[in-house]
Every structure is written in structure tokens, then in C-alpha cells.
Design a binder for this molecule. Structure first.
Ligand SMILES: Cc1cc2nc3c(=O)[nH]c(=O)nc-3n(C[C@H](O)[C@H](O)[C@H](O)COP(=O)(O)OP(=O)(O)OC[C@H]3O[C@@H](n4cnc5c(N)ncnc54)[C@H](O)[C@@H]3O)c2cc1C
Ligand code: FES
Ligand code: FES
Length: 1434
């Protein structure tokens, strides 16, 4: 082979010159050979900038592997690498990896399996089929990645040599196989249920937690066919053939047409005959029923085989690249050392989990990358197994680049053999379990972790405390030691000489007779897959008298480098361990060791300092226990660990009809599971397509000057668009007020504001070009927080208020003057990032012939997309077709904020007359697209001593950001939900919309409602505690009754079910008994507390203050073969709207559901469609669909009469066509009854704001670790009034998903800014949404049934209610349960002040509220003028 790039030019980096001779002699191969889904691939000199994901997505028909974040934090890109296990010869190894980070060169010699390799819609893999049938896929963008992680787990569970398949529920849930995958829609529960079918169905196991050593181990016959599918523990119905609809996507063969039904109870009394469990879990609710489902059996022997040719694979030295970048794959350590000696600047790449993040996010450029993960000498690890070997083991030697998963498993088996001597390896295992996600652990290495020298590394403190030695080698001079305690020199700098490589790490193992204890601790924002806030490893050795002989307390997260607590070391030396004075000495010395400044980099000074003490406090007790020095409080030692999750859905639908009311799976579910579902960036490459990349402001407020020329250098951008591409009027946009620029003009008002866009032939070129654009900033003052906005009177004009009772004509003070008590407070709730898995994206295809445009957009809003593309292109709307097939999640974030990207691409498409596409990177999306509004309320509540509420006065402020967007409407909904479910006779509420320099905040599921109800429950809590009555009694006492009026004067009508929901939920979840048990638990546990909270939700349905949006159109066309084409204005974002609408049409037209088809939503098919939002998608579009069906039914009635009710639609339509009957109909519906006008306080003329209220109750119980602020949700019960559900499965999914999203909002998800106004939380690394292991351990969902008299006032489609947004607020039950636990802790600590707990209740906020002595020691007091490093803006 010649050097990989043919002609050497003067631009060839010097590094290549140094290596050239060696490459030409030893690295003669430039092709990458491997298999992909069973097919042999030979890639000749591929693009060296490509990751594995770039390669996969460049392949035809391989778009199932998604890009969700590009930083290893979401799992959407997960693929499986199949190879021969190097340790267990003959066994195959299946490794889930993040294709977005994994180096392409690493795939050589392996079998790459992507989602397409598993199955297809026609022939799905059992995993794909089960997740689809069990409703584990909503938007589906996360689904392929999750399927692949489970696939790796299942395949690794089967040993073909012995024919055994070993899997337990703990394997699925507790071993971290899914900790690298996120899902924003489902709430995870159905995915776990689907995974557990492999135990129930295929292994005949039980869904209980099984100790690792008692795992079920069942021999499967070679062909797998003899596996008996009967067992007492399998719900009966799951094993038998279905007798009713199996609910397969697209309909079931058993869906027999029956006469049409309407929405009344009498007409829809057909009862469900479903039999067996959907979620095959223990029933805990008497009303629970089970569904009957049939699954494809899992037969391991039918899986994709390992390509025989790969068994003969021989590792070869490879080099490929171009004049800018080279990839080298040496096969031996010698080769590597030679390369290093020739050029010490070459970049070694192991798992690439650090290197690729640097390339992608820090713009690092490595001219020569050398892949070292497959060099055998660097991955050796000997794990003794015999007793003799174990007894003589003095050190554990780990190969530098041994994958962390292998290390994790080795530590587990070593600890089992070594016992207490192996506490150091047990500590390693524990840290590794919570180190990144499984995909990262499968590839990342210890050497990579050490060399990165992160101050919050999880492994470095362990190696430091253990006294480990790093072994390095250079070409000349052989191997040399580098003790860990002198390895870290300064921030991210080590003492490793540049010309050397790490070969192994030696970790000492103490002798049997030594009294040594080793423990490690980590606290992060999220338990799974999160970088630590503080991480620590402690080792203490005691002499025979129990005095400290040697001690090392190593911390990460407390300084620019991993640090040993030196003061504490010397203070503790020689002291008797089991003496409480030693504990005090240690704590005091540690507080001196870590005397942080309040404004310390990274923030959280008090929390971090307190954690250092808390960890030591726990350690002291653990040592006492481990060495049996005395009695200790067990509960202090135990960290929070969750068990296997359980739960129920009641699965009983007395209102089920032929199609409506059935649990039909999402119609795209199988497509999503097989990777066949097409999202925007999966649309095939268009002829002459260009790719766009935004140039975003790096400052929050500044004057700007832009130099585009560097971006237009050869090989970079072809052109750009900016403010000069549009007239002043064209450049303005906004959903409600046009106050925002598409392109910034001279001044930027927010970090992340769009300045312009460059476009190039490829995405990589476009992104490089965007980075090259030079923007000069002249900073201006920044307003970030609501407090700052109030101080500066920085508001948008809004001026809306609500008055009720005496406040209508007089002053609310008259009501307060009559109250026994008045309470006041300030409640704050932070914002929330949508974190839909698919970022905003669009593709604009110009039509040359007529100047029109096809605008594909990931949008909830085709109308506004069309309108603004029309504005910027100057073409009338009838030439612009805005289209959306499906979105990978939206949650409100694509209601207005999707518009600019489509419009900007249209400007470029018009200019270049070429198609232009762009999908935002995760950080770009988070910076530009806005979030849920942070809100602050300053309230006063007046009450009588008996608990009767009398008056509410409140000023509510939201942080709108730099443009108005929909912030006024969000404030309106907020003001109209601040009553939650409580009658307060006198109310005066004023809403204020703050103008700041954050991104423009926007719609997010709940639209201000959850924030408002949080405020309500906060003042209810304050009143209850102030009056010393139970908050539960206060709630019940003040609940609305029929006939009461809301603050917007809408009567509470007879469909008011909150009292009934309260009563039933209380009984079903044994609320009173559990409260007693919690009190008893709290009395006997000092360092763990439990709490419980039960909250109601009342959520108004309709676009509240935009009356015009409460309309919808649909069109239904029947073809002569009986098939039906359905279009409506609603968009599919995972919420199952298309499925529900097909059910409605199938029910109304009396046809099977699989004869209905909806392709996409387009502005050509449905003009002027309202955005799909406000939980009204089904209400509005469903009625429009029904209207169209009604028209068709009327026209077809004579034919049904003629041919009879059993006739097929084909017969009917055919006959009607020949009679020249119009078989197409347009439906339309506008919501009646509503029409509230702000400022009208005349009760007799006020029209309702909302069409109806969706109602529900949520009850959560939690356990809180007071030492760390960590918690787990032990149980959640939710009961919702969703009317007569069109599709219970979809509604259960909406409820579970919304709850978990709410749980994130109220406990974990914290958006943070730097003091200068840059958004700090810009990706999954810094912004944590709940993962698999955060969901309630027991999670029960049920619907309100047995409603006396039915839903008399409900006039919605099929008498159903919107369920998308309302349950989200119930996530606050977790926050209030945590508060309940804290109150108990504070009582123990003698703290009697009222606890005002703002949202989110992060582990930091929780820990800082405990009020104990350790916290006092850890408290950092700000110096004059000193500010926190990061800012929250509520
Ligand atoms: C999503 C995500 C989550 C993470 N979570 C955690 C976490 O929870 N805890 C934590 O501590 N870290 C975490 N990390 C950081 C990272 O994964 C670790 O530092 C990892 O151990 C790096 O290993 P690697 O093999 O992937 O290194 P690479 O990225 O391949 O390399 C990192 C550095 O090490 C050098 N290097 C690699 N091998 C050698 C060698 N043999 N000799 C000399 N130099 C070498 C490389 O040149 C490079 O400079 C996370 C990273 C990501 C992306
Ligand atoms: S795209 Fe790879 S982990 Fe998110
Ligand atoms: S279904 Fe998981 S992110 Fe949407």
C-alpha cells in the first residue's frame, strides 16, 4: 500500500512525515474488513472523520441507528458488536456500544449488528415484537437503541456451548444493561415489562428479584422448540391462543366489523373479555385485569450467527486517512511504542469515550489517532480462581485498556473469592456499576480514565487510596512505575511522559492478617450514568489495638485534581478508630481540608463540602461494622438501592367497543422497533442536497460583528444566509407577537441566538464551517433571573389578572381582614428542557418549476411552518407544503420553536435552488429552542383556624427569555391553575411576563399548569403546617364542590370527580395504614426517612386563551377497494394520535382498523391546522374525523341497508361509486361552549375558559438518604379520570410517561446558566432526565370507572378526555413526599422553621435542608458579593 493519501502536498502535517517510513513498511493495509448484519464489508480508506455512526447512517437502508446526542449520553445510537470472547474461548461476546463515539477502526474483525439485522416488520425479532405489543415505544426514537441494549443482554445470557440461557429480573433491571439508554416518552415501565417476558415466556421464571446465585438456569433444546410454554407462574392467558383481538399494530384478524357506536354509555356497554396480564407482574389492585397476548417464542439458535470467516480473523496493522487526519491500528505493543517514539504527539484512542467528546464538543483536532484497544498486551488481566492463587494474591494487575465491563465482572468474581481482603476490588465494582452507561463501560478503559485526569473521575480516587501504581512503557527504557499519588500534576495534566504509554495498573491486595477496610462512594445528580458531584475512596488500616496505622481519604470533585485529605490523614493517624472522638477529629480535619469558596468552579460549595463529611461519617461506621469493633446503626451504612420494579395497570375497560376502547398498540410501534420508521433525518438524501449548520451567539447580550470569510475557505461552506438575506419585515417572526429575528441584527439578546447559517455539501463540512465563522462581541449588561427582571422592571406587556369574590368590585384586603391567619411565601420552580430524543430538524426541497417548496419539518405546527416559510420566501402559502410524518418526541418544544430552522433552510434553499437539510446537534437544540418557563410566585393566603381557605392574592412571574413566543399564554394557563382543586372564595391573581437574556422559553407539556399547581400545593402545605392540621385534611376540606366557581368564574360542573378519585385512591393504596407505617419507620431510623404525599390534579382542556385554535379539519376518502385514507391536522409525536384517529374512523365507518391509513400530516391536505398541543389533539381532530365519517355514513346508509351490516366496505364503496356518490368528505369541528374573555367578571355572561377538566390523583412514597440527599421512589399510585378512553394502552402510556417526566421536573432536572448568561446544561452530560432506575419501584395506574351517571357533561370524542399533559403534575407527589421525609428529619434535628422546598428538589436541595450537625460543619458562607458559580433563573 502507498501512504493513504496519494499526492503529498505542502499542507501535509509534520506528524505524517515522521511516521511515513514506518507506515509504508508496516501498515500496508488501508481497508477496514468486518461484517454488518451478516454481510461482508470491505471499506477502502474511509473518511477518517467518521465515527461508527457516521458510517452506519451513510449506508442505504440503515437509518434505524439514531443520533440523539453524539456524546454517549442517550443510547439512541446503540449497536451491538459480536466477537469471539477472548476469555471464554468458543463463547460469543455481544457488546452494546455507542456508535456516536465508537471509532470506526474498532469494528475491524467484528460482526456489527444494527437494528436492521434483528428483524423487520414482516418478521420481527421477539424483542421487537414484544416491545411493540406491550406499548414500549411511543415516539420510537429511543427504541432501536433500547432494543439493541436488550439484544446484547439476551444474547450474552445464552451459552450455545452448554445450551443454557440464564436471566433474571435483577439482570434486566439492576445490572445496568439499560443504564446508557434514555427514553423521554414511556416512563420505561412497559419496556421493562417486555424484557421480563423473556423470563416469563421463555424461561418459565418468576418476576421477583432473585439473588444472583439463584438465577434460573434452564436448558433449552438445540432447536429450542421443546421449551414448554406452560408454567404456574405465567398468567394463564399469555400462553393460550387469543380469542379476542390481539391488538396487533394495524388491527387484528379478529376485529369483526360491527355496527357503529356513539359515545353514550348505553351504546357502548360491550365489556372487555381480555384475560391475561399485559404487564406480567404481581397484581396489587383488586380491579386489575390482565390482557391476553401472544408472542413469537424466543429461540436462541435462530439468532444471527457469527460469520464463520471471522473466526479466522487475524489482527492486521491498518492505516487510513487523508491529508488532514490519519487513523492507525497497530497490533502489537512494540508497534505502538515505535509510533510513539517517532511522534509523541500522536493521540492514543482506547474506548474513545473521552477523545471523541473532545473532537465533537471541544473542537480538538488530532492529526494522527492510534487505536490501542485491540492490542492484546494492553488488555491482559489475570483473575486467579483457585483458593491457592487467591490466598497468595498480593496485587491485582489490570491491563491499561481492558474494557471496564470486563473489569467490573472480574472485580465481582475476585471479591467473591477474596472476601474482606478484596474490599478494594469490591469498591471498584461498586464505582464501575455507576460509571457512565453500559455502552461506555463496554469500551472505555482505566488508562483512558487516568490520562483524562478528570477531577471527578470515579476510578482515580480508588487507585489513589489503594496505593496503586501505573506501569508505563516507552520504546527505549522498558517499563517504569508511576505511583498514582504523584500522577496527577494539575487540572487534566499528568506526569506520564509524552513518548510513553500506560501498559497496566497494579493494585495492591492486603494480606489476610491485616485489618484494612476499603470503601468508595459517589454522589451524582442521577444514580445511573452520571458524572459525580463528589466521588471518594477511603482506605484505613488499623493496628492490633485498633489504632489508625495508615489512612488515605481520596476525593474527586473537590479540587482541580483528585485529592487526598492531608489534614485528616495526619489528624487521624494513631487515633483509636472506635472512639466517637476520632470521628469528630476526622470531620473537623476534613472540613479544613476542603474549605471551598462559595463561588468555587462547578458550584454547590456547601453541598460538596457536606458530602465529603457525610461520606467519611458513613465510612467510620462501615469500618466499625466491617472489623466488628462495635454496634452501629445499620441503616446509616445502607445506601439507597432500588429493587426490581413491579406495578399494575388496571386493564379493565367497561366502555370498550369494537375498535374504540381497545388497547391497540401504536400503529407505528413495529416500524419503530425495527428501525423502519422514518424520521426527518432518515429521509433519503435528495439530489444535490446541501446541509446547513447554524452560527449561534456565544454571548447572552452583546453587539456583534460577523466575518463569514473563514467559513468559505476551500473544503468548507458553499455559502451562508444571514440578516442580509431578508428584508427587515421578513426577518421578524413570532407565534403571537412578531418580536424575534430569524437572524440577529447587530445585537444578540441570548446565548444561542441564531446569527446566520452556513451550508456545505456534508454535515461535517457545514459544522466545521460554522465553527470557523468569526464573530466579535461587545458585551452588554445581562438580565437572567426573575428577580433581576423585577428589579429592572423588564417585562413584556401582559397585564392580565383574575378576580373572584370581593376582589371583583373591591379589594382583596377586605377578605384578608376577616381571616384568622394569613400566610405568605415565595415559591420558585425551575425550567425544564424538553429533551425530546429527536432534535429539531427540517429539510426544504424547492420546486424549480413553480417556485414552491416541500418543507419537511419535525414540527407540531404545520400551519405556522407554512406561514413563515411563505414569509421568508415571498411565495404564497399555496406553494408551500409543510409536512411531518412523525416526530421523535416534541412535548411542546416543536410547537413554535421548530419554525425558525425550517424558515432559515428555506431562505438557503431559495438562494441556492437546492434542497437543504439540517438536524440540530443536541447542544444547539438546547441552546436555541427554549424550555419550560421558570416561574416564581409571591403569594398570600388567608384562612380560618378550622382550615377553611378564604383568600388568595398572588403575583406570578414567568421567565420568558429574550422573545415573547407564547409566554403570555403560558402565564394565562398558569394563573388559571393556581387554584388546583381548591375553592377559595376571594382571589386576586396577577400574571407578569419577564423579559430576560435567556433563550426564549416556550410551550412544554402542561404549559404553565404544573408550575401553577405546584404553587397551589406549596401554599396548601404552608397553611396546613401553620394551622397545625394535616395537609391531607386541608386538601379534602377545601376541595371544590359541584357548583363552585374557579378564579376565572367557570362553574365546576357535575363531572367533578376529584372527591371520588381521592376516596378510591386512598383506599386502594392503603394510604392511612402506610402513613402509620412511615411514622414508625421514621421513629426508628435516624439517617433514612420516608415520606408520602397524595396530590390531586385538575387540568383544563382547550387552547385556553386562543379561541381560534380550538378548531380542526380532517378529510376521509374511501377507495373502491374499501380502503380508507385519513388526513387531519394533528401531528404524531409518539402520543398515539394517529392510532386513536384511525380507531375513531374505523369505529365510525364500521370497518377494520387495518383498512385505515394515515401517511403524514401536510398543510396541503389539511389547511390552517392548529398546532397539536394542549392535550387537545384527539378532542379536536377526533371530532373533525367523526364529522367527515358522519357525512360519508349518511351517503352510504342506503348501501348498508341494501347489503346488510355484514357487508364489506369494498362492496359498499364499489356500489356507491357506480351510483356516483362522493366517497370523500371533509370534516370540521370547532369546540363549542368555550369563549372566555379576560377582564369580564360578570358571572352571568362569562363563558367557560375550558371545555372540561381532566382530573386525577397521584400518591408517592419515597425513601431519603439524609447523608447524601439521594432518594428512591418506593411506590406510586395514580388514578385518572380520562373519561371513556379511546385507547387505554395509549392513555396508560401517556400517564406513566407524563408522571416520570414530571418526576424529573420536580426532582432532578435543573437548568443552569453561568453568571455571564451562557446555558451550562446543554446535553445529557450536564442535564439529567430520569433513567430506567428512577421510576417508582412499584408503579400502579388505574382509571376512574363506575362513574355514577356517566360523564354527563362531556361532549368530547367518544366521551374521552385528553390525558397527555394532566398527569405530569402528579410527579410533584414525589417532591412533597420528600418534603414529608425532610420534615421528620428536621424535627429530629430540632429545626422548626417552615421548610420552603423549591423545585426541583435535587439531591443538593434535599441534603441542605436536613438541618444536622454535619451540614453545619459543611456550610460555606459567601464572602461579601460572592456569587454561586452557576445561576438558576426562577
Ligand atoms: C457519557 C459519558 C459518561 C461518562 N461517565 C463517567 C463516569 O461516570 N465516571 C468517570 O470517571 N468517567 C466518566 N466518563 C469519562 C470517560 O468515559 C472515562 O474517562 C473513560 O475511562 C475513558 O476511557 P477510554 O478508553 O474511552 O479513553 P479514550 O477516550 O480512548 O482516551 C482518553 C485519554 O486516554 C489516553 N489513553 C488511552 N489509553 C492509553 C494508554 N494505554 N496509554 C496512555 N494514554 C492512553 C488517550 O490518548 C486520551 O488522551 C464518561 C464519559 C462519557 C462520554
Ligand atoms: S447519540 Fe450516541 S449516545 Fe446519544
Ligand atoms: S419512545 Fe422513548 S423517547 Fe420517545
Amino acid at each position: 500500500m502507498a501512504f493513504p493519501f496519494t499526492a503529498r502536498r505542502p499542507t501535509v502535517p509534520i506528524a505524517f512525515e515522521k511516521l511515513q517510513a514506518m507506515i509504508e513498511s508496516e501498515f500496508t493495509e488501508s481497508a477496514l474488513r468486518f461484517y454488518m448484519n451478516g454481510t461482508k464489508i470491505e471499506l477502502q480508506n474511509p473518511n477518517p472523520e467518521w465515527t461508527l455512526l457516521d458510517f452506519i447512517r451513510s449506508q442505504h437502508g440503515a437509518k434505524g441507528t439514531k443520533l440523539g446526542c453524539g456524546e454517549g449520553g442517550c443510547g439512541a445510537c446503540t449497536v451491538v458488536l459480536q466477537s469471539m470472547d477472548s476469555i471464554y474461548k468458543g463463547k460469543l461476546k455481544h457488546m452494546a456500544v455507542n456508535a456516536c463515539l465508537y471509532p470506526l477502526v474498532g469494528v475491524v474483525g467484528k460482526h456489527l449488528i444494527t437494528i436492521e439485522g434483528l428483524g423487520s416488520v414482516e418478521s420481527p425479532h421477539p424483542l421487537q415484537e414484544r416491545i411493540a405489543k406491550l406499548h414500549g415505544s411511543q415516539c420510537g426514537f429511543c427504541t432501536p437503541g433500547i432494543v439493541m441494549s436488550l439484544y446484547a443482554m439476551i444474547r450474552n445470557s445464552y451459552n450455545p456451548l452448554s445450551g443454557t440461557f440464564t436471566l433474571s429480573a435483577s439482570d434486566i433491571e439492576l445490572e445496568g444493561h439499560l443504564d446508557g439508554n434514555l427514553c423521554r416518552c414511556t416512563g420505561y415501565k412497559p419496556i421493562l415489562s417486555a424484557a421480563k417476558t423473556f423470563i416469563l415466556e421463555d424461561l418459565r421464571g418468576k418476576l421477583i428479584e432473585i439473588p444472583a446465585d439463584e438465577k434460573i438456569d434452564i436448558t433449552v433444546n438445540k432447536d429450542g422448540k421443546d421449551v414448554p410454554y406452560t408454567s404456574e407462574v405465567i398468567p394463564k392467558g399469555m400462553l393460550s391462543k387469543p380469542t379476542v383481538s390481539c391488538g396487533r399494530p394495524g388491527g387484528c384478524c379478529r376485529d369483526k366489523p360491527q355496527p357503529s357506536s356513539s359515545c353514550s354509555l348505553e351504546d357502548s356497554s360491550e365489556t372487555s373479555s381480555l384475560e391475561s396480564s399485559e404487564a406480567p407482574e404481581e397484581a396489587s389492585s383488586a380491579s386489575s385485569q390482565t390482557l391476553k397476548l401472544e408472542f413469537i417464542p424466543y429461540i436462541p439458535s435462530t439468532e444471527l450467527i457469527f460469520p464463520p470467516a471471522l473466526s479466522k480473523f487475524e489482527n492486521t496493522s491498518i492505516c487510513y486517512g487523508n491529508s488532514k487526519r490519519l487513523w492507525i491500528r497497530p497490533t502489537t505493543l512494540k508497534q505502538l511504542l515505535d509510533l510513539k517514539s517517532l511522534d509523541p504527539t500522536i493521540k492514543l484512542v482506547g474506548g474513545a469515550s473521552e477523545v471523541q467528546v473532545e473532537v465533537r464538543f471541544k473542537n480538538s483536532q488530532f492529526a494522527v489517532s492510534v487505536y490501542v484497544a485491540e492490542i492484546e498486551e494492553l488488555a491482559e488481566m489475570s483473575v486467579p480462581t483457585s483458593d491457592v492463587q487467591l490466598a497468595s494474591m498480593k496485587e491485582f494487575i489490570v491491563g491499561a485498556n481492558t474494557p471496564l465491563t470486563e473489569l467490573e465482572y472480574a472485580c465481582k468474581s475476585l471479591y467473591a473469592g477474596l472476601g474482606r481482603r478484596g474490599l478494594v476490588v469490591e469498591a471498584m465494582r461498586k464505582q464501575l456499576r455507576y460509571f457512565a452507561g453500559r455502552q461506555i463501560r463496554n469500551t472505555a478503559s482505566l488508562a483512558g480514565n487516568l490520562v483524562t485526569a478528570s477531577p471527578i473521575s470515579d476510578m482515580s480516587p480508588i487507585l489513589l487510596a489503594a496505593g496503586a501504581t501505573i506501569m508505563a512503557r516507552r520504546k527505549d527504557g522498558g517499563e517504569f512505575p508511576l505511583p498514582v499519588n504523584s500522577f496527577f500534576v494539575s487540572y487534566r495534566k499528568t506526569s506520564l511522559p509524552p513518548d510513553s504509554v500506560i501498559t497496566k495498573i497494579r493494585i495492591p491486595i492486603p494480606a489476610e492478617d491485616i485489618q484494612e477496610v476499603f470503601k468508595a462512594y459517589k454522589q451524582a445528580k442521577r444514580k445511573d450514568d452520571d458524572i459525580a458531584i463528589v466521588t471518594a475512596a477511603f482506605r484505613v488500616r488499623l493496628d492490633e489495638e485498633g489504632n489508625v496505622e495508615d489512612i488515605c481519604l481520596a476525593y474527586g470533585g473537590m479540587a482541580p485534581v483528585i485529592t487526598e485529605a492531608k489534614n485528616a490523614k495526619s489528624a487521624l493517624h494513631g487515633l483509636k478508630w472506635y472512639d466517637s472522638r476520632t470521628l469528630d477529629v476526622g470531620l473537623k480535619a476534613l472540613s479544613e481540608d476542603f474549605n471551598l469558596n462559595f463561588g468555587v468552579s462547578g458550584g454547590m460549595a456547601t453541598y460538596r463540602r457536606t458530602l465529603t463529611l457525610s461520606f467519611f461519617f458513613r465510612f467510620w461506621h462501615e469500618v466499625v461494622k466491617e472489623l466488628q469493633l462495635g454496634e452501629v446503626d445499620e441503616n446509616l451504612i445502607q445506601e439507597i438501592h432500588r429493587g426490581v420494579s413491579t406495578g399494575t395497570r388496571d386493564n379493565r375497560n367497561p366502555y370498550e367497543q369494537r375498535v374504540v376502547g381497545k388497547q391497540v398498540p401504536h400503529m407505528s410501534a413495529l416500524k419503530q422497533n425495527t428501525g423502519e420508521a422514518e424520521y426527518l433525518d432518515d429521509i433519503p438524501h435528495q439530489h444535490r442536497e446541501l446541509y446547513g449548520a447554524l452560527v449561534l451567539s456565544a454571548r447572552a447580550h452583546a453587539k456583534i460583528e460577523v466575518d463569514w470569510s473563514p467559513a468559505l475557505a476551500p473544503g468548507l461552506a458553499l455559502g451562508y444566509v444571514d440578516r442580509n438575506s431578508l428584508s427587515k419585515e421578513q426577518n421578524m417572526w413570532g407565534s403571537v407577537r412578531k418580536d424575534e429575528h430569524f437572524f440577529a441584527e447587530d445585537e444578540v439578546f441570548s446565548h444561542g441566538q441564531t446569527i446566520g447559517m452556513v451550508y456545505a455539501e456534508t454535515a461535517l463540512q457545514a459544522q466545521a464551517s460554522a465553527r470557523a465563522v468569526k464573530v466579535t462581541y461587545q458585551d452588554l449588561p445581562v438580565i437572567l433571573t426573575i428577580d433581576e427582571a423585577i428589579q429592572a422592571s423588564s417585562f413584556y406587556q401582559h397585564g392580565r389578572m383574575l378576580r373572584k369574590g370581593v376582589a371583583i368590585d373591591g379589594s382583596i384586603e377586605d377578605a384578608f381582614s376577616k381571616c384568622d391567619r394569613i400566610f405568605e411565601g415565595t415559591t420558585r420552580i425551575g425550567g425544564q428542557e424538553h429533551f425530546y430524543l429527536e432534535t429539531n430538524a427540517a429539510l426544504v426541497v424547492p420546486h424549480i418549476e413553480d417556485g414552491g417548496m416541500e418543507v419537511w419539518s419535525s414540527t407540531q405546527n404545520t400551519m405556522e411552518t407554512q406561514e413563515f416559510v411563505s414569509q421568508v420566501t415571498g411565495m404564497p402559502s399555496n406553494r408551500i407544503n409543510a409536512r411531518v410524518k412523525r416526530m421523535g418526541g416534541a412535548f411542546g418544544g416543536k410547537e413554535s420553536r421548530s419554525v425558525p430552522i425550517a424558515a432559515i433552510l428555506a431562505v438557503a434553499a431559495k438562494k441556492e435552488k437546492r434542497p437543504v437539510r439540517c438536524m440540530l446537534n443536541r447542544d444547539e437544540d438546547m441552546m436555541t429552542s427554549g424550555q419550560r418557563h421558570p416561574i416564581q410566585a409571591r403569594w398570600r393566603v388567608g384562612a380560618m383556624n378550622n382550615g377553611t381557605l378564604v383568600a388568595l392574592d398572588a403575583d406570578i412571574y414567568n421567565n420568558a427569555g429574550y422573545s415573547y413566543d407564547m409566554s403570555g399564554a403560558v402565564m394565562d394557563r398558569c394563573c388559571t391553575h393556581v387554584d388546583n382543586c381548591y375553592e377559595i372564595p376571594n382571589v386576586h391573581i396577577r400574571g407578569h411576563v419577564c423579559k430576560t437574556n435567556t433563550h426564549s422559553n416556550t410551550a412544554f407539556r402542561g404549559f404553565g399548569g404544573p408550575q401553577a399547581m405546584f404553587i397551589a400545593e406549596s401554599y396548601m402545605t404552608a397553611v396546613a403546617e401553620g394551622l397545625n392540621i394535616s395537609v391531607d385534611d386541608l386538601r379534602i376540606k377545601n376541595l371544590y364542590k359541584e357548583g363552585d366557581c374557579t378564579p376565572f368564574l367557570q362553574p365546576i360542573d357535575v363531572d367533578w370527580h376529584i372527591p371520588q378519585l381521592f376516596k378510591e385512591t386512598k383506599a386502594q393504596c392503603s394510604f392511612d395504614q402506610r402513613k402509620v407505617a412511615i411514622d414508625a419507620f421514621n421513629k426508628s431510623n435516624k439517617w433514612k426517612k420516608r415520606g408520602i404525599a397524595m396530590l390531586p390534579v385538575k387540568f383544563g382542556l382547550s387552547f385556553a386563551t386562543a379561541l381560534h385554535l380550538n378548531q380542526a379539519g380532517a378529510s376521509v376518502k374511501i377507495f373502491t377497494d374499501g380502503s380508507v385514507l385519513l388526513h387531519h391536522g394533528g401531528t404524531e409525536m409518539g402520543q398515539g394520535l394517529y392510532t386513536k384517529m384511525c380507531q375513531v374512523a374505523a369505529q365510525e365507518l364500521n370497518v377494520p382498523i387495518d383498512s385505515i391509513f394515515t401517511q403524514d400530516t401536510t398543510s396541503y391536505h389539511t389547511a390552517n391546522a392548529s398546532p397539536t398541543a394542549a392535550s387537545s389533539g384527539s378532542d379536536l381532530n377526533g371530532m373533525a374525523v367523526k364529522d367527515a365519517c358522519d357525512q360519508l355514513n349518511e351517503r352510504l346508509a342506503p348501501y348498508w341497508a341494501k347489503f346488510g351490516p355484514d357487508a364489506t366496505m369494498k362492496t359498499i364503496a364499489h356500489a356507491a361509486y357506480f351510483d356516483r356518490v362522493n366517497l370523500a368528505a371533509s370534516g370540521f369541528w370547532k369546540m363549542p361552549k368555550i369563549g372566555y374573555v379576560w377582564g369580564n367578571y360578570e358571572v352571568s355572561t362569562v363563558k367557560p375558559m375550558y371545555y372540561y377538566f381532566t382530573q386525577g390523583i397521584g400518591c408517592s412514597e419515597v425513601e431519603l438518604d439524609l447523608l447524601t440527599g439521594d432518594h428512591t421512589v418506593l411506590r406510586t399510585d395514580i388514578k385518572m379520570d380520562v373519561g371513556r378512553s379511546i385507547n387505554p394502552a395509549i392513555d396508560y402510556g401517556q400517564i406513566e410517561g407524563a408522571f416520570v417526566q414530571g418526576q424529573g421536573l420536580f426532582t432532578m432536572e435543573e437548568t443552569l446558566w453561568t453568571q455571564k448568561g451562557e446555558l451550562f446544561t446543554r446535553g445529557p452530560g450536564t442535564y439529567k432526565i430520569p433513567g430506567f432506575s428512577d421510576i417508582p419501584q412499584e408503579f400502579n395506574i388505574s382509571f376512574l370507572q363506575n362513574v355514577e351517571g356517566g360523564w354527563k357533561h362531556l361532549r368530547s370524542i367518544q366521551s374521552s378526555k385528553g390525558a397527555g399533559e394532566p398527569p405530569l403534575f402528579l410527579g410533584a407527589s414525589v417532591l412533597f413526599a420528600l418534603r414529608d421525609a425532610l420534615v421528620s428529619a428536621r424535627k429530629d434535628n430540632g429545626v422548626t422553621d417552615y421548610l420552603s422546598l423549591d423545585s426541583p428538589a435535587t439531591s443538593e436541595r434535599l441534603r441542605l435542608a436536613v438541618g444536622d450537625e454535619i451540614l453545619k460543619m459543611g456550610t460555606v458562607v459567601p464572602r461579601e458579593g460572592e456569587k454561586n458559580f452557576l445561576v438558576t433563573v426562577a
